[in-house]
Write a protein that binds this ligand. Structure first.
Ligand code: SAM
Length: 275
């Protein structure tokens, strides 16, 4: 009988946020697959646990996924964790879960901390519909185009951002979304947790006045009003071609247009092929 693959969320700062269930499962599994063994060793030391650790990260994910899937198939139980938060959410693990689901290995998620949802819940911004965009492109022109392309989306936008890029990104948000309310959530669940709320210009001014950008940041842009969400009535081909001209990859463009029009990727793709 195959073993089970547990997807275990771990704290994003405050160790008290580890669930009872997560602690129990980490103690019960045969192996823990983790992003950085040193990080996970600290968590295990806190729980007084000793477990074999296997590193799985963006550089070795393909091979490790196959190895771990074979161990699961042979009956081992494995917990997947990342350095912090929910695995696979801007973190490694996708190939492992894919390998497990394709081979009929049971995948059991253990819910817990996730910076995006934690930030959204206290942001004060609309929560009825939201779009998680992960990390924004590092290159300024691609970032601006991406932010622009997301404008018609009737949803609060959530992004992760590195401290050394936060001011540049806020400047882009100030220009692209001058009227929208935004929230910057910094150091969530930690001692210096804070929320900065206002327009892009206000939050940028407040952060830019500081001597250094420290800590971890999650950025949120309020869902737009009717004026922002004007329907895009161009033919699908035209909408995709326009994004491609702006440097957005074809698959990304298909995904985005599908999301914006409320269609499946398959529907958009078949419309493109028919032409
Ligand atoms: N898987 C994680 C999760 O579920 O939130 C996210 C991992 S991603 C590599 C790390 C990014 O998440 C950071 O650069 C930051 O943008 C955001 N983040 C993580 N912890 C945070 C915290 N305590 N406060 C604010 N943002 C945080």
């Amino acid at each position: 009988m195959p073993g089970k693959l547990y997807v275990v969320a771990t704290p994003i700062g405050n160790l008290e946020d580890l669930t009872f269930r997560a602690a129990r499962i980490l103690g019960e599994v045969d192996v823990i697959a983790c992003e950085d063994t040193r990080q996970t060793a600290k968590l295990l030391a806190h729980l007084s646990l000793h477990k074999p650790l296997v590193a799985i990260h963006e550089h070795n994910e393909r091979e490790r996924a196959a190895e771990l899937a074979a161990r699961l198939a042979a009956g081992a139980s494995i917990a997947l964790v990342s350095d912090a938060g929910t695995p696979l959410i801007s973190d490694p693990g996708y190939r492992l879960i894919q390998a497990a689901t394709e081979t009929g290995i049971p995948v059991v998620p253990l819910p817990g901390p996730c910076a995006a949802i934690t930030a959204l819940s206290a942001s004060g911004l609309p929560t009825d519909a939201f779009y998680f965009g992960g990390f924004l492109p590092a290159k300024a022109n691609q970032r601006r185009k991406y932010l622009e392309a997301l404008k018609p989306l009737p949803a609060t936008l959530i992004f992760y951002e590195a401290p050394h890029r936060i001011l540049e990104t806020l400047e882009d948000i100030r220009v692209c979304y001058p009227e929208r309310r935004i929230t910057v959530a910094r150091e969530l669940t930690k001692v210096h947790e804070e929320f900065l709320r206002g327009t892009g210009a206000e939050v940028l001014a407040e952060l830019a006045a500081r001597p250094a950008m420290k800590g971890e940041f999650t950025l949120l842009i309020a869902k737009g009003g009717e004026a922002d969400a004007g329907a895009d009535e161009r033919p699908l081909q035209e909408a995709i071609a326009a994004l491609e001209t702006e440097g957005v990859e074809r698959m990304e463009a298909i995904k985005l247009v599908a999301r914006l029009r409320g269609l499946s990727k398959r529907e958009v793709y078949s419309a493109l092929i028919k032409k």
